[in-house]
Design a protein around this ligand. Structure first.
Ligand code: FES
Ligand code: FES
Length: 173
């Protein structure tokens, strides 16, 4: 069974099923595994439509529901894309957010090139990408390029303590 269909079947409907063939990125989730050789947890953004659920043994999967919500607290990635008007029909938004979130887990101070490369597999049919990039470029250390649509003083800063920890029980698998 595809990971994306499993997520829907357990009520996690934030991950979207678009093309079903790895071409749109709407189904992007973050997969994490512990690497005992490097003694560290590695994170990847993956297309859940291409990921058989049986391939995820020993891995932690974080979906858009796991990083924040309007009911609890938005993650800065969610907040910045919303404030920059980077979401219109919102179908691509969970995938965009999870790609960016994974990049920040691996690299909290990305460059614009990192962001462009990270979003290379995420398609948006509405926004033309500019507002999405505007929202996400606020995570670059070149903060002066932001602020056209909103002030950095008004948005949540990146806070690593808000991130889910890797489940300790998976460290020994
Ligand atoms: Fe399009 Fe998975 S649904 S890449
Ligand atoms: Fe509609 Fe991106 S906001 S596809």
């Amino acid at each position: 069974k595809q990971c994306v269909l499993f997520l829907c079947s357990v009520g996690l409907t934030g991950t979207k099923y678009g093309c079903g063939g790895g071409g749109c990125g709407a189904c992007t989730v973050m997969v994490s595994r512990y690497d005992p050789i490097q003694d560290t947890v590695l994170h990847w953004s993956v297309n859940a439509c291409l990921q058989p659920i049986c391939s995820l043994h020993g891995a932690a999967v974080v979906t858009i529901e796991g990083i924040g919500s309007t009911k609890t607290k938005l993650h800065p990635v969610q907040e910045h894309i919303a404030k920059a008007h980077g979401s219109q029909c919102w179908f691509c938004t969970p995938g965009m957010v999870m790609s960016m979130y994974t990049l920040l887990r691996n690299n909290p101070q990305p460059t614009m090139e990192d962001i462009r490369e990270t979003l290379g597999g995420n398609l948006c049919r509405c926004t033309g990408y500019r507002p999405i990039i505007d929202g996400f470029k606020t995570f670059c250390d070149v903060r002066t390029i932001s602020g056209e649509l909103f002030s950095m003083d008004e948005v949540l800063p990146l806070d690593p303590t808000q991130d889910l920890i890797f489940p300790p029980e998976l460290l020994i698998m």
